[in-house]
Write a protein that binds this ligand. Structure first.
Ligand code: MG
Length: 237
């Protein structure tokens, strides 16, 4: 079947991989929210986040992490309070330098759109779609994306088939008409391949070893830079 849609992972795929200190992100929040107890609050938030990602991995995405707000609610934080919103701003400022798009991203999305492919994003994330949209708008990518699905806003996550199905339904394409591009062999390549999508792997990311699952996945193609995705997809037409 002809390819009609190309779906992308976000972190490590449309953005280059960054090693981020996950305690430091929570310290950036905590030093604003509760300066006197910043260290202990940062440790607790990191632990809550780690637990949610671990559960998501151990259930193969049958249970997603849920939204970032849930971490704060579990900690008894008023998510509408001014102190929280200031602290959340500090957390997002900490992340901002790590969210810039790959230099090829705009070119590859523009080329695909120009050729008539629908473009989707499916990301495992705790952030809201609103925040992701702001990041895409900052980098001038938003106009190219037809559908974006974030695991924070659905009950499942990659590699669960349902996460891919939800995205494909919103794009109105069949799995056989779609390509998935990602940096993780388990969540991205195995997940997409098991429902019949074609897969392109971008092997640039230093995935933490405790995130790597047993089992082999063989992508249909490997892209050595993001721009290669266009030529690979065209070669399948
Ligand atoms: Mg990724």
């Amino acid at each position: 079947m002809a390819v009609r849609a190309v779906l992308f992972d976000w972190g490590g795929t449309l953005t280059p991989w960054h090693d981020v200190d996950l305690y430091a992100q929570w310290y950036a929040y905590s030093e604003v929210y509760d300066p006197e107890n910043a260290s202990s609050l940062a440790h607790r938030l990191k632990e809550r986040e780690d637990d949610r990602w671990r559960l998501q991995r151990e259930t193969d995405g049958a249970q997603s992490t849920g939204a970032l707000d849930q971490l704060f609610l579990d900690e008894g934080i008023d998510i509408n309070g001014a102190r929280h919103l200031r602290a959340l701003g500090s957390y997002l400022d900490f992340w901002a330098p790590h969210t810039y798009a790959d230099p090829d991203a705009k070119d590859v999305l523009a080329a695909l759109q120009h050729r008539g492919y629908k473009i989707g994003v499916l990301s495992n994330t705790m952030w809201t779609s609103t925040h992701h949209r702001e990041v895409f708008e900052r980098d001038d990518l938003h106009a190219y994306i037809d559908v974006a699905v974030y695991s924070s806003e659905i009950p499942v996550a990659k590699p669960h088939s349902e996460a891919f199905r939800i995205t494909l339904e919103r794009l109105d394409v069949a799995p056989e008409e779609a390509v998935y591009v990602g940096d993780r062999l388990w969540e991205d390549v195995t997940g997409a391949a098991q429902i019949g999508m074609r897969t392109i792997w971008i092997p640039h990311s230093a995935i933490p070893s405790d995130h790597v699952r047993e089992g082999t996945a063989t992508p249909d193609a490997t892209a050595h830079r993001l721009l290669d995705v266009f030529a690979i997809v065209e070669s399948w037409q």
